[in-house]
Design a protein around this ligand. Structure first.
Ligand SMILES: Nc1ncnc2c1ncn2[C@@H]1O[C@H](COP(=O)(O)OP(=O)(O)O)[C@@H](O)[C@H]1O
Ligand SMILES: [Mg+2]
Length: 286
């Protein structure tokens, strides 16, 4: 499998900062996958994206993009990447369409802007000034902007932040389709639902370091255990207990609960990515 990125011992310190924002990251992003960088606020996710998109240059360590040293890539690199910034950046006095035409002008190849705007529900608002857009509309326009040059690699920083569930779903579907079309996605998020629904592989980032790089499935197998949760009546209230699925039929405590208590609900579930993150890093994500 080809690597879109091979990152070795990547570190970065902001000018005047006392410590590294990114402190020795090693990871690979494979061509055609959705790679998620996950972590709490301040972990170094946005900084890592800014380095990979060549916004921050004097990093330490090495980055190869499709086998080429990132430092050696020229303007052609920007033709290949689409970037969704954490904070939407648009000209507020211009309409959405004027903004998109402006940004599209930087590139030699382009995507179908009408199709993209239609998909995110903004085509009918294309002639409205972006200054009049709601937060969610700006976020959706920001995503369209990242897709404008029909990129090979898409960078998305907290792409669903500020979106209602229906609009978040549309964007996630579009990201999944982009991957199906052969595109590579590097996304950063503090939202577990993004990871569970989208990512092929995920890296946990805390204080500029990676704690774990794996697939959501592998993480669940390794750290997760399937549990059965029982809710039962006790002293006028409802109590709740969880038991491991393994050996449940021989679990005396579980069986006596079933026999002796009035059961309200009984359900099984997998450990969530959120629980796993906390277990691996000892830090709460959001
Ligand atoms: N422009 C900057 N100048 C100095 N420090 C910064 C700057 N941007 C971010 N940082 C610091 O770098 C660390 C990582 O930040 P960031 O990459 O934005 O984290 P995340 O995206 O995971 O929330 C934080 O401690 C943050 O305060
Ligand atoms: Mg960030």
């Amino acid at each position: 499998m080809t690597n879109a990125f091979t990152v070795k011992n990547l570190s970065y310190r902001y000018p005047k900062a006392k410590q590294d924002a990114v402190a020795g990251l090693d990871f690979e992003v494979r061509e055609g996958e959705i790679f998620g960088l996950l972590g709490p606020s301040g972990a170094g996710k946005s900084t890592t994206q800014k380095i990979l998109t060549k916004l921050l240059e004097d990093y330490r360590g090495s980055i190869q993009c499709f086998g080429q040293d990132l430092r050696q890539t020229g303007k052609a690199y920007y033709e290949q990447i689409g970037v969704g910034f954490e904070m939407p950046v648009h000209f507020t006095k211009l309409t959405a369409m004027e903004n998109m035409n402006f940004f599209r002008g930087f590139y030699t190849k382009g995507a179908d802007v009408q199709a993209l705007l239609t998909r995110v529900g903004l085509w009918e608002y294309r002639d409205v000034r972006v200054g009049e857009y709601s937060k969610g509309m700006k976020v959706r326009l920001n995503f369209v902007r990242a897709m404008l040059n029909a990129p090979r690699i898409l960078f998305l920083d907290e792409v669903t932040n500020g979106l209602d569930p229906a609009n978040a779903r549309i964007i996630k579907d579009m990201i999944a389709e982009f991957r199906q079309g052969g595109g590579t996605v590097f996304l950063t998020t503090h939202l577990m639902s993004d990871v569970e629904q989208l990512c092929d592989r995920v890296a946990f980032c805390v204080q500029g370091k990676l704690a774990e790089v794996s697939t959501p499935r592998e993480l669940k197998l390794r750290y997760g255990s399937r549990m059965v949760t029982v809710e039962y009546r006790e002293a006028g209230g409802v109590e709740r207990r969880s038991f491991p699925m393994e050996g449940i039929g021989a679990n005396a405590e579980f069986l006596s609960l079933l026999r002796e208590k009035e059961i309200e609900t009984l359900h099984s579930g997998e450990t969530s990515m959120e629980d796993i993150f906390i277990r691996v890093t000892g830090v709460k994500v959001a």
